[in-house]
Design a protein around this ligand. Structure first.
Ligand SMILES: [Zn+2]
Length: 200
């Protein structure tokens, strides 16, 4: 499975939505010294992108394998997961923002564009992985197919000390260090590839 073709536009959309929120809460922090509501704002901004990416990734893998994935079921699964992940992301961002402010990092950096891009890349990677692994499970349980699941690093990540050793390895190997699959770290753009193996 190649990486999601629309990845860049989803990353851009999520980063842009987060930047609006970060700008707003940067000003609120300066005015009131509070981050109240940041978690919900982040969750609301992330939800549509995460659901969309999960759906695309799941749909692509299903059609590649000619698996009749129901659109309704895929949508329900994607939105359900995205809702959960978006809420969790909101909480994590509040925590990391509080910590960064405590550590006296510059507010321009804490609420800056670079951080929104980092979050967007990481979360799009996660949504792709989760969407695909869901379909993989369906292919195995409902279609009875067996797959090798390989880690694939993008060329610019082959030098990444975390991901480079995982490149082209199978699940048995990579899940020892990264049980849930990509992302392995912030800004990770790795993805999985699936190779059907004959079943007996
Ligand atoms: Zn990676």
């Amino acid at each position: 499975m190649p990486d999601l073709k629309t990845r860049n536009q989803h990353e851009d959309a999520l980063a842009a939505a987060l930047l609006l929120i970060f700008n707003d809460w940067h000003d609120r922090w300066i005015a009131f010294g509070r981050l109240e509501g940041l978690d919900a704002a982040v969750a609301g901004a992330a939800l549509p992108t995460l659901a969309q990416v999960h759906g695309e990734a799941a749909g692509n893998l299903a059609s590649l394998q000619s698996f009749p994935l129901s659109a309704g079921e895929a949508n329900q699964k994607g939105v359900g997961w995205a809702r959960q992940r978006a809420a969790e992301l909101g909480r994590q961002i509040v925590e990391s923002t509080e910590k960064a402010i405590e550590d006296e990092e510059s507010l321009e950096k804490v609420f800056g564009a670079e951080r929104t891009v980092m979050i967007a890349i990481t979360e799009v990677t996660r949504a792709i992985t989760v969407g695909e692994l869901w379909v993989l499970l369906l292919l195995m349980t409902e279609a009875g197919l067996v797959f090798g699941v390989f880690w694939y690093t993008e060329a610019d990540e082959r030098v990444c000390p975390v991901c480079a050793p995982l490149h082209a390895t199978e699940r048995e190997f990579w899940q020892q260090s990264i049980p849930e699959g990509p992302p392995a770290h912030p800004r990770c753009r790795c993805h999985l590839t699936f190779k059907e193996v004959s079943n007996g």
